[in-house]
Ligand binder design. Structure first.
Ligand SMILES: Cc1cc2nc3c(=O)[nH]c(=O)nc-3n(C[C@H](O)[C@H](O)[C@H](O)COP(=O)(O)OP(=O)(O)OC[C@H]3O[C@@H](n4cnc5c(N)ncnc54)[C@H](O)[C@@H]3O)c2cc1C
Length: 363
């Protein structure tokens, strides 16, 4: 009998596996793909403070670039540069980042079974029987980190994220953008009404160029962004996927011993679709809480940390709704204020890319 079975070897599953293993819990991770990190579907922009919260050390094994601020083009066509004056975020190669996390999880004692798809779950006494493409396994607890589709969570536990809050996204690796690689670039456009376009630079030549919208014809909208802002880039490769812009699910599932984390549970910042840091943070605390329960300890400190992260995610989702309904000028006012030299010391010292609204409300 496995103590904790983890479904999915993305960042949420791997960070949960590392945490539980470090706490002396026996963990097996089931990953349907033959290789960790494949297929890559991420711009890989992660705050340095978030990586620190996850206890993931910065490493040249996966690091592509560091950025210290962001350039915005507003709906009204105005440009704003927000420069914190110091590196605030890493650009990572998600294939290599996930492999790095897998090595850490294995070093801590976790077993990772690649090419093993979870196909069904059954209750068995106080635990579960997990049916996979490689046979059945018994486990006391399940951490479900299966990502966006969340078929297992929906089918066997009748829980899930809000389907209307998933937005189609296209991202291309491009060559020849020619922009300063110290910044990330965000383009708000009328033809991308519910999200934005972005360029995350790897260096001054290579970058990850994306756009998301739930309106029909994303391909044409993406092409318009390229022709307007990056007419000279060469597209090297392209992926289509989805990102989440809603609230996290209400019940994580502690009572059922089946905990949903990461994208599967909507642990994503609704403003940006970024889910690596919050998904990892909640997964890590969930794993620590389970370890405490298994060892007869006190899970409350870890449950409190999960509670704080969920409150922040709900606030961010609420803010995103407000922003979507606000007049165009609202964004310009907010960006003008953020770009002001008066704000720079605050951004350098107190701004938090993840706990965005808590950082503002503390002021
Ligand atoms: C284009 C794009 C750009 C993005 N950019 C950023 C960014 O810059 N910063 C950021 O923080 N986030 C970004 N995100 C979001 C980020 O990629 C996700 O939030 C993150 O990958 C979620 O991690 P996860 O571990 O929950 O799920 P995933 O990374 O999706 O991992 C889930 C894993 O579970 C496996 N799996 C699924 N079902 C089963 C099954 N039945 N059996 C076994 N294995 C299974 C999958 O193969 C997968 O490996 C972006 C997303 C997209 C699409």
């Amino acid at each position: 009998m496995i103590d904790v079975a983890v479904i999915g070897a993305g960042p949420a599953g791997l960070l949960a596996a590392r945490e539980a293993s470090e706490r002396g819990v026996q963990v097996t991770v089931f990953e349907e793909h033959e290789e960790i990190g494949e297929p890559e579907r991420c711009a890989g922009l992660l705050s340095l403070s978030g990586l620190q919260r996850l206890s993931v050390r910065l490493s040249s094994e996966y690091l592509q670039n560091l950025v210290r601020g962001a350039f915005f083009k507003s709906l009204m066509g105005r440009s704003y540069l927000i420069d914190t004056g110091k590196a605030v975020a890493a650009v990572v190669d998600r294939r290599l980042f996930d492999k790095f996390l897998a090595r850490e999880a294995e070093r801590a004692g976790a077993e990772i079974l690649l090419g093993t798809r979870v196909t069904g779950i059954e209750r068995s006494g106080k635990g579960f029987v997990i049916k996979t493409s490689r046979g059945a396994f018994k486990a006391k607890w399940i951490i479900d980190a299966e990502g966006a589709g969340a078929a297992i969570l929906r089918k066997f536990f009748r829980r899930g994220t809000d389907p209307r809050s998933w937005i189609p996204i296209t991202q291309a690796t491009v060559r020849g953008h020619g922009l300063d690689a110290n910044y990330a670039y965000l383009y708000f456009k009328k033809y991308l009404p519910d999200f934005f376009g972005y360029l995350v630079p790897i260096d001054e030549e290579l970058g990850k160029l994306g756009a998301a919208s739930r309106k029909p014809g994303l391909g044409k909208r993406f092409a318009k962004l390229v022709s307007e802002e990056f007419p000279k880039v060469k597209i090297l490769s392209k992926i289509n996927y989805v990102i989440y812009t809603g609230s996290p699910i209400r019940d994580l599932g502690f009572r059922e011993h089946f905990i949903a984390v990461g994208d599967a549970a909507g642990h994503v910042k609704a403003t940006t679709g970024g889910g690596v840091i919050f998904g990892g943070l909640i997964a890590r605390n969930a794993a620590a809480a389970i370890a405490e329960i298994l060892h007869g300890g006190d899970p409350k400190p870890f449950l409190r940390e999960i509670g704080k992260a969920l409150v922040e995610l709900r606030r961010i989702a609420c803010f995103k709704k407000t922003l979507d309904r606000a007049p165009d000028i609202f964004l310009d006012i907010a960006l003008a204020a953020a770009a002001s030299p008066l704000i720079k010391p605050y951004l350098a010292n107190s701004w938090d890319m993840d706990f965005q609204l808590s950082a503002l409300l503390r002021r």
